[in-house]
Every structure is written in C-alpha cells, then in structure tokens.
Design a protein around this ligand. Sequence first.
Ligand SMILES: Cc1cc2nc3c(=O)[nH]c(=O)nc-3n(C[C@H](O)[C@H](O)[C@H](O)COP(=O)(O)O)c2cc1C
Length: 366
Amino acid sequence: MPIAAAMSAHAYDINRSYDWNYAHAPVRLPDVRMPACAGDWSFCGIPVASPLGIPAGPLLNSRWILYYAALGFDVLTYKTVRSSARASYSPPNLVPVRHASIAGEGSTVVMADSVAEESWAISFGMPSKDPDVWQEDVEAARRELPEGKVLVVSVVASPQDQWTLGRIAADFARCARLARDAGAHAIEANLSCPNVATQEGNLYASPEASREIAAAVRDAAPALPIVLKVGLFNDADHAEAVVRAVTGYADAISTTNTITAVVRRPDGTAIFDGQRRGIGGRVIGARCLAELVMLRDVIDRAGSNVRLVTVGGVSSAADVRERLAMGADHVQLATAAMLNPMVGIAIRKALSRSAAEHAGHATTRS
Ligand SMILES: Cc1cc2nc3c(=O)[nH]c(=O)nc-3n(C[C@H](O)[C@H](O)[C@H](O)COP(=O)(O)O)c2cc1C
C-alpha cells in the first residue's frame, strides 16, 4: 500500500469518540519495507528489533496493536484496562494545544488550538471494556502479533471511596492475572492517571502504595516483566524512596504519564470545566527528558536494577538518540505516533543511516 494511503486512512480521528475509534481501527495493514535498527535491543530482558514502542493510549484494541506493529514499533502496549467495564469521558477526548514548554505540574495554563500539530490535552478517564471482552481481544492480539513483537497490557484498579490499599492492590493483581491468562508478555501497572480524581490517579507518589501494588502484580504474574507507569516526582529524594520501595518487585519504571495543565480557549473560557488534564506531545518533551536524567541518576545511586522506559514528547530520531544517551533502556511515542503513523519508520531509517555512517567512519579510521 502506498505510504500516503497508510497514513491518511488509518490515523485516529480526534473529532470522533473513543467508542467510534475503537470500532474503526485500521483493517488493512500497511505493507512497508522495514529499515533495520542496528544494535542489540531488549525490553525488560526480552530481545526486540529496536528501542521503539507505543505506550498505553493509542492502541485501543488488537486491531490498533497490529497496525502499529506493522509500522516499526516492537513493543505494543494495550491501552489501560480494568476489572470491570468503564465508559469513556465524552468528547472532546483530545484537544490540540499550543504552548512553548511545560516546566512542571502546577498552575500551567495552555491555549487550545484548532489543529493538532504536536501536542494535545488528553481526556478519556481510562475507559475499559468488560474483562471478558478485553481478554478475548488480548488473546487475538497475542495470536496475530508477528514473532519478536512484545505485547504489554496496561492495567489499573478501580477503587471505591472506602477501599484500603490492600484492596486496591488486589484489584491490580486481578487485572494482571486476567492479562497474564490472555497472553500478555508483560504487565504495566498504571500508577498515574492525571485525568481521574479518584485514588488511582497518583498512587506512584506513595512508596508504600507503589511497593504493595508492584508486589501484588509480581505475585499474580511471577514469570512476566512488571512495569510501573509513573508521573512526575517532586524531587530526587521522593523518587529515590519510590525506586528503593519497588526494587525487587518491578522490572521497569515508565516515565512520564503526561504533565497536567488547565486548558483555555483563545477567548479565555475554560475547557473541561477548568479541571486540569494530562498534556502529551512535544510541549512536555524537555521536562520528561529532565525527569529521565533525574531517575537514571537516582536508580544508579540506589544500586537498583530497575530499567527505565522513557515516554513524553518523543517525536524524532534525534529525540530517541538523546533519550538513549541519557540512560533510557527503551523509548515510547504516543502523540507523535498518532499524529504521524509513519514516524516509527522515519526514525528507524534515520537510526539505520547513522549506524551505517558510523560504521563507515570506523572503517575509514581503521
Ligand atoms: C490518546 C491517549 C490515550 C492515553 N491513555 C493512556 C492510558 O490509558 N494509560 C496510560 O498509562 N497512559 C495513557 N496515555 C499517556 C501516554 O501513555 C503517554 O504517557 C503520554 O501521552 C506522553 O507521551 P507522548 O508525549 O508521546 O504523548 C494516553 C495518551 C494518549 C495520547
């Protein structure tokens, strides 16, 4: 299929609902020649062909997973699922925004834009199909995924007001068992969702909660790698307490799950009733890079063997190189891959070109 057709026919339609996009996943897989990515890559110890993956979010179901697996991504994360069905927030679910660079959590106000160029506010509320539905679909993804691709299933608990930490951890574990039984290669526990007001929103901030959940998920899926998805930390000491708490239970930490901001229209009126929403895309890139550098240092100082997955604002081969150079073990793209489904191919081309140039220089020198 020509590249242009692959791009235009299958991009997520931000003017439609989550349910519409779930039902209208790409049906035809692009037939693209895949540039090889020189180097030895792995995801939590599983060998893969590149350092590139898609985090929880863009891949609503198995059809979306197979589509992006055909577009140069080797680690595919199934959008966060729950132990019971949950509806999506009403549209808009993705609102394009304009801003220079978001420096951190706090009172940032970003301006809504009319076209999606590089960044947007994300507002789904972590919808989920019933476990019977998503388990069958995870099984289909696993069955149809080409050899060598890694299927991660992102899970979250659905706590009610009076739930104790033990009950929350047990709900995470239940989802992890269901995902394991359906064929997940790895489990990601989402400890951070900025767009929900209930307890599951910022569990990562507590070392105790992070450890208890990581231990429960590890217990539920002892043979699988466990990834913890986290938000921004206030400081390195706080991050170190969490890293130490989860070492021995988690295989990797995935940072960062968006940065929140209030979104306003150009006329000053608030969107989302003035509540903050997670922002994804280029505007959070610099801050997510700084978080990666901080966490790399914290993990090394703590002597922890936890690996680092970097996500947030990555959109080019230069970004990927930089994240790897700064200590990431694996790199994921959400917003950039939705806005341009061919970005994985472009990054692989650039990485293979620079590897060839590097080999050329080495030959000239020797
Ligand atoms: C459409 C969309 C849906 C998302 N849904 C989830 C989710 O269900 N669970 C989760 O952990 N993160 C979710 N995220 C956050 C992404 O995994 C990622 O952390 C964030 O978008 C920053 O990466 P980016 O700048 O490449 O978009 C979602 C992001 C997008 C764009």
